[in-house]
Design a protein around this ligand. Structure first.
Ligand SMILES: C[S@@+](CC[C@H](N)C(=O)[O-])C[C@H]1O[C@@H](n2cnc3c(N)ncnc32)[C@H](O)[C@@H]1O
Length: 275
């Protein structure tokens, strides 16, 4: 079923919360959508993952590797927006070491339960999972060195608030290193309207709410960030779209679907808060 959620922020959050609350309780979770996209081993490398209990890998829904992007240093304070089952928080905790600290924020109770269990199994004492919305972060101003996030910002109904909040909690000179789904180019040159396309696709599967590259940059600049880079790492082809929006593609003409191939991307976004 396709529903036009785009003008109803509360409905979007309810759909997303329900979807991930259920997905985390199913075995073998992987990637933002249904699982045909990049696997955890492809994203992180087998060596990085062997540092953690194998269960942690199966509670991950990311679409990139923000840990590789963030170049974390010992002693840094890190915040993961939409921390899910906690994979990126636990990998970050190893990089920043005992002198550092890693917060994860997530709005879904079931995710927080699994993340805390994963942290306990990993014996991680420098991590904390907080319940909250990424549009109103439960952390003080200027308190974090690095913000990471993996396939979450596209799910928010208010990306402007998310990036403003990210800027607020970062210390001057702090950085953002995010993996997210981004539209390379735009969706305005197709035989049907952008609204029709986004309505047919899945918000919870991380594609219907994806910003264009230009919109991402505008929100980051408006929030105050500088040295912004948005770099395509993987283009969504047919099997990725089918996986992310199993029902939605049936509502679009096959010619339109062909024209969507390669436009939705997993991208790496980096930006800095001025000193
Ligand atoms: C696609 S999963 C990604 C989870 C994790 N980053 C990973 O890589 O496995 C999205 C996560 O973001 C959380 N989330 C989505 N929108 C949110 C919001 N507006 N505020 C807080 N958490 C949110 C969901 O509950 C879910 O755990």
């Amino acid at each position: 079923m396709t529903t036009d959620l785009q003008n109803d922020p509360n409905a979007i959050k309810t759909v997303v919360r329900d979807y991930y609350g259920q997905r985390i309780q199913q075995a073998g979770a992987s990637c933002c959508g249904g699982g045909a996209e990049l696997t955890e081993v492809q994203l992180y490398g087998a060596e990085e993952l062997t540092q953690l209990h194998e269960d942690v890998n199966t509670t991950s829904f990311g679409c990139g590797n923000p840990i590789a992007l963030a170049s974390l240093q010992p002693g840094e304070v890190v915040l993961d927006l939409g921390s899910g089952g906690g994979l990126d928080v636990l990998l970050a905790a190893k990089r920043v070491g005992a002198e550092g600290y890693v917060y994860g924020v997530d709005m879904t109770d079931e995710m927080l339960t699994v993340a805390r269990r994963n942290a306990e199994r990993a014996g991680a004492s420098n991590v904390e999972f907080l319940k909250g919305d990424i549009e109103t972060l439960p952390l003080p101003d200027n308190s974090v060195d690095v913000i990471i996030s993996n396939c979450v910002i596209n799910l928010s109904p208010d990306k402007g608030d998310v990036l403003r909040e990210a800027f607020r909690v970062l210390r001057p000179g702090g950085r953002l290193a995010v993996s997210d789904i981004v539209v390379d180019g735009d969706l305005t040159d197709l035989p049907v309207s952008e609204t029709q396309i986004r309505t047919a696709l899945s918000w919870a599967g991380c594609i219907a709410g994806a910003l264009t590259n230009a919109q991402y940059r505008t929100f980051l600049v408006t929030a105050g960030f500088e040295r912004i880079d948005v770099d395509v790492r993987h283009r969504y082809m047919m099997e990725d779209l089918v996986s992310s929006a199993p029902d939605g593609l049936n509502h679009l003409d096959s010619e339109v679907v062909q024209q969507l191939l390669g436009r939705f991307t997993s991208s790496a976004i980096t930006a800095w808060k001025p000193i």
